[in-house]
Design a protein around this ligand. Structure first.
Ligand code: MN3
Length: 206
């Protein structure tokens, strides 16, 4: 992804079928090539006539939304957030070798949730609590403490002054083809598709 306009939809960092059977190939194709692509196209279109905003990074567009011209503020927030959140989500998946958190992340989860089992229950509960479309995020607060927060639609945790570690997309397009309406089954499978080695390299929970 270019850091500013004109934004591009980078290919997935793994094959569409890389996280079968947990998340199916067709869902990954549609999610990346159609849903994320639409956010990219929309954002580029919105910024077409705002030359100074074409210098802004994705993160700046999200965090400094208050400074955007009113007539494009909400759609820029929605589409820039959609790109940020989806890149985060796709980048955290793709390695099926390690099935559970490891290393420093595991230690931080044990410290702040009591155990991986309790963390699982907590993120499942938070993911199920999102009414309609949105995300549950594992984030680290300023003190490095882990917590799970939910955000509606395409809002991002960057606006909450926390460091994002994992994005759980619970929009129905993320799971409906395989898991139908059973979001809990999708969340179970998503945990097995997370690249825990990569996630353990996030450094904001030290
Ligand atoms: Mn999505």
């Amino acid at each position: 992804m270019n850091r500013h306009y004109k934004f591009e939809n980078k290919p997935l960092p793994y094959a569409y079928d890389a996280i079968e059977p947990y998340i199916d190939t067709k869902t990954m194709e549609l999610h990346h090539d159609k849903h994320l692509q639409t956010y990219v196209d929309n954002l580029n279109k919105l910024l077409e006539n705002y030359l100074y905003l074409q210098e802004w990074t994705l993160e700046q567009l999200v965090v400094y939304a208050d400074l955007l011209p009113e007539e494009i503020r909400t759609p820029v927030q929605n589409n820039a957030g959609g790109i940020y959140n989806h890149e985060f989500y796709f980048n955290e998946l793709g390695n099926l070798q390690v099935k559970e958190p490891i290393g420093r992340l595991r230690a931080a989860i044990d410290r702040d949730f009591g155990s991986y089992k309790k963390f699982k229950a907590a993120i499942e509960e938070k993911g199920l609590s999102v009414f309609g479309s949105g995300y549950a995020w594992l984030v680290a607060g300023a003190a490095g403490n882990l917590e799970i927060i939910t955000m509606p639609n395409q809002e991002t945790p960057l606006t909450r002054n926390v460091c994002p570690i994992l994005a759980l997309d619970v929009w129905e397009h993320a799971y409906y083809l395989k898991h139908y309406n059973v979001r809990a089954a999708y969340i179970e499978d998503w945990l097995l598709a997370v690249d825990w080695e990569k996630t353990n390299q996030t450094c904001c929970f030290l």
